[in-house]
Design a protein around this ligand. Structure first.
Ligand code: GAR
Length: 193
């Protein structure tokens, strides 16, 4: 479990690859007085990630990396994390698989949000698979990151009902709304708030 020290907020890094709507909701959450986190670093696996704009808007140090060689990039990320004294990492739409060594060195301190009711629908193209399988429900999950993909201990889940004429797009939108509430709740939960 992650431990907070008194009232001091925990330095947190958010890793993104795309739009960054979860990043935005986490930043808004972090600004609340009773939030346990302070977002000090944004890491992206590409310089074109739309979510990087939130770094500029909220004046948070943002580092895009060219992900040609995972081990080299991870070394650079670790050095950024150390510089900023990061104690919690939130993956928010980060579409890279972190190395086992990286995960081990931040054991119990990396969280991820996944757009399905894990352990169902690990991996990619979640909504497409859920709809083509005719599922009645889907949802989202916040979990600790372990070396096995989308398999770490679950912190919180939210279920959503799939409508008759649901499309990938409508389901994605519906689940994202829940993700933006679930991630802050899950963070509060691990700090016993
Ligand atoms: C979110 O739906 C998140 O759950 C998903 O990517 C989206 C990112 O949206 N993550 C994964 O699929 C991880 N395997 P955002 O960039 O707007 O936060």
């Amino acid at each position: 479990m992650v431990q907070s020290i008194g009232l001091k907020k925990i330095n947190t890094a958010v890793f993104i690859s795309g739009t960054g709507s979860n990043l935005k909701s986490l930043i808004q959450f972090s600004k609340k007085k009773n939030s346990p986190i302070s977002i000090e670093l944004i890491i992206s696996d590409n310089s074109k990630a739309k979510g990087l704009k939130y770094g500029k808007i909220f004046k948070i140090s943002s580092k895009p990396f060219n992900y040609k060689n995972k081990l080299i990039v991870e070394k650079k990320i670790i050095s950024e994390i150390k510089n900023k004294k990061i104690k919690l990492i939130c993956l928010a739409g980060f579409m890279r698989i972190l190395s086992k060594n990286f995960i081990k060195s931040f054991k119990g301190k990396i969280l991820n949000i996944h757009p399905s009711l894990l352990p169902k629908y690990k991996g990619l193209q979640t909504h497409e698979r859920v709809i083509s399988n005719g599922e009645k429900y889907s949802g989202c999950t916040v979990h600790f990151v372990s070396p096995r993909l989308d398999s770490g201990k679950i912190i919180l889940q939210k279920k959503v009902k799939i409508s008759k004429n649901e499309t990938n797009k409508s389901l994605k939108k519906k689940i994202l709304i829940e993700e933006h509430k679930l991630y802050p709740k899950a963070i509060s939960k691990i700090f016993n708030l």
